[in-house]
Design a protein around this ligand. Structure first.
Ligand code: 4UV
Length: 557
């Protein structure tokens, strides 16, 4: 059967992101919300320095940057800017200014090594990179490797380049009166807005092509779903609006849509932190009277269990939303028992811009463990391995269809036939089922992907690195489970070349060797197991499931 959203379809306007957020919305704020002071209220606040952007400042800073790109970098429609930065309030004007100028943003994990960054920047053919001073050496080395001129590396954030060589993004201004000071028109349905990287169901990370319409649709679908959770924009109830903790990284699709875009559209306030530190987060919640937060499960674990939490007054929080990785019912209960805060869940993927399912806070206690119902304008199927449709209560692969589903993987058109069904459903690679009320439950993963703290780890990428080691004959990376920390971690099963010792010392040496080559979330935290042979089918395909089952047994023992 085809599951359809129980919510009425929304009219998705055929507009680009800039027009939705900064033109339509500005008008609506003024006309409908009757409170013209809204534009003066801060939207993005830097949790460390207190500096901020209100709507008007954000719009003007973005416009100046967009004009600077056109004027100084001869920016054309479809040109790509790499953004290599932790959360900073400057992320917003840089991303939106790029879109105004008809550009595309390729957002990268700020902990990437030179090689990882160079791969993404080259793959998405960036024309320049916006980064922060702390990451400048990595950005410069990556840029040099792929032939991007040094003056195309610009800075965002509070620190300036002491050498003066690299402009701050606010210095990139229009130099000519005749400069094209109009927004570059795009076709919202076809033209891309963001390239986020995901390994999908198999292989190396790939550019997920998100069009303007994909993001516009998801912002509207998500906003309409969240209104059911009782949020108020600024100028809402008693003139007070809701405030969120912005710790989800903006480079990742969950933070990109649910914080960076939704903050502007819905008019909430976002208090941004460059990285998650529980004590800082608790202090900000207390000081700013934060009312909600989108986070991954490890942060929920911190709220549930860490002693630091007792030192702060978190009573302003109305709810938490968990997503990006599985959440146990026990953790939901533990947060409630300790803080009397409901934890609800959302689900989605980079490829769906991202939200497909969202639980309402009104239902958190009734359907614990569920990721909620399909959002408006969405359909889903649950299918068995042969693609046969299953019904209520039956576990199978979840397929989804809707206006937020991406345009395909960059430079990889050949993947389309395995990614989409014949009737246009996107195959998520996740296993789950729906109950009779339309609530979905994610129970397992069919695809290779590993999620460490909600961050993607592609087994193929780690296997590629390991196979480059002179002592390793074969490798298979699978998700193991760290019971103590209640999280998924990458583990490798290794076949060593003849004569190489299979000792704990060798394992440690190899773990350190991998750690020196990858971003911190990809380290082999699940350890190394030495085996004689990687199980494969007759055509040589790795039978990952066999080792996954072996790891499950071992981790349960
Ligand atoms: O591509 P990605 O890295 O994307 C994400 C998206 C997270 C979201 C999206 C919308 C929300 O409302 C929200 O709360 C979180 O992480 O990885 C996609 C894969 O992450 C797993 C699943 O395997 C996806 O294919 N995943 C995402 N959310 C959940 C999840 C969840 N709630 N429970 C279990 N697994």
């Amino acid at each position: 059967m085809v599951f359809k959203s129980s919510h009425a379809d929304l009219a998705i306007p055929e507009v680009d992101i800039w027009t939705l957020l900064f033109e339509r919305h500005e008008k609506e704020w003024k006309d409908d919300k009757a409170d013209t002071t809204n534009n003066m209220t801060e939207l993005f606040i830097d949790g460390e320095t207190g500096s901020a952007y209100n709507f008007t400042q954000l719009k003007n800073t973005a416009l100046n940057f967009g004009k600077g790109l056109k004027s100084q970098w001869s920016w054309k429609k479809g040109d790509v800017l790499g953004i290599f930065s932790p959360n900073s309030i400057d992320y917003a004007p840089v991303a939106f200014g790029t879109l105004w100028a008809g550009g595309v943003c390729s957002t990268a994990n700020p902990t990437y090594t030179v090689k990882e960054l160079a791969f993404q920047m080259k793959d998405s053919k960036v024309k320049g990179i916006a980064t922060q001073l702390a990451m400048l050496p990595t950005a410069l080395e990556a840029a040099q490797q792929i032939g991007i001129p040094e003056d195309r590396i610009i800075l965002i954030g509070h620190d300036r380049d002491p050498s003066g060589k690299h402009q701050h993004f606010t210095q990139l201004k229009s130099t000519s009166l005749l400069n094209l000071s109009y927004q570059t028109r795009v076709d919202p349905k076809k033209d891309l807005a963001f390239l986020v990287y995901s390994s999908g169901t198999t292989g190396l990370p790939k550019g997920v092509m998100l069009s303007h319409t994909n993001i516009v649709a998801n912002v509207l679908q998500f906003s309409s779903a969240e209104k059911r959770s009782g949020l108020h924009c600024m100028g809402g109830q008693d003139g007070k609006g809701d405030k969120q903790l912005a710790v989800l990284p903006f480079y990742h699709v969950y933070g990109l849509t649910c914080i960076l875009h939704a903050t502007v559209w819905d008019g909430y306030q976002a208090i941004a932190l460059p990285k998650f530190e529980l004590e800082k987060a608790c202090k900000l919640i207390q000081d700013y009277q934060v009312t909600f937060a989108y986070v991954p499960p490890p942060i929920i674990l911190g709220f549930a269990k860490h002693p630091i939490v007792d030192r702060y007054d978190l009573s302003s929080l109305k709810w938490l939303n968990s997503g990006a990785a599985p959440l146990t019912k026990e953790l939901v209960d533990a947060v409630w028992e300790r803080l009397t805060i409901p934890t609800k869940q959302g689900y989605g993927l980079s490829e769906t811009a991202p939200v497909t399912h969202m639980q309402s806070v009104l239902e958190w206690a009734k359907f614990k463990g569920s990721v909620g119902p399909l959002m408006a304008n969405m359909e889903a199927k649950v299918v068995d391995l042969d693609g046969k449709e299953l019904s209520v209560g039956e576990d199978g692969e979840i397929w989804v269809r809707g206006p937020n589903v991406f345009q395909g993987y960059l430079n990889r058109p050949e993947l389309a036939k395995d990614t989409f069904s014949e009737c246009g459903f996107f195959k998520t690679g996740d296993i789950g089922h729906s109950d009779s009320k339309g609530n979905f439950y994610i129970t397992d993963r069919l695809k290779e992907l590993i999620k460490y703290k909600g961050f993607q780890v592609a087994p193929a990428e780690l296997e590629g690195i390991l196979l480059g080691h002179s002592e390793i004959a074969d490798a298979c990376v699978i998700p193991a489970f760290d019971r103590e920390r209640s999280e998924e971690v990458p583990r490798v099963y290794l076949v060593m070349k003849e004569g190489v010792p299979r000792t704990d010392e060798k394992a440690k040496e190899l773990i350190d060797w991998v750690a020196s080559k990858v971003a911190p979330h990809k380290q082999l935290r699940g350890g190394i197991r030495f085996i004689d042979e990687v199980p494969k089918n007759p055509s040589g395909k790795i039978l990952r499931r066999v080792l996954k089952e072996q790891a499950k047994k071992e981790d349960r023992a």
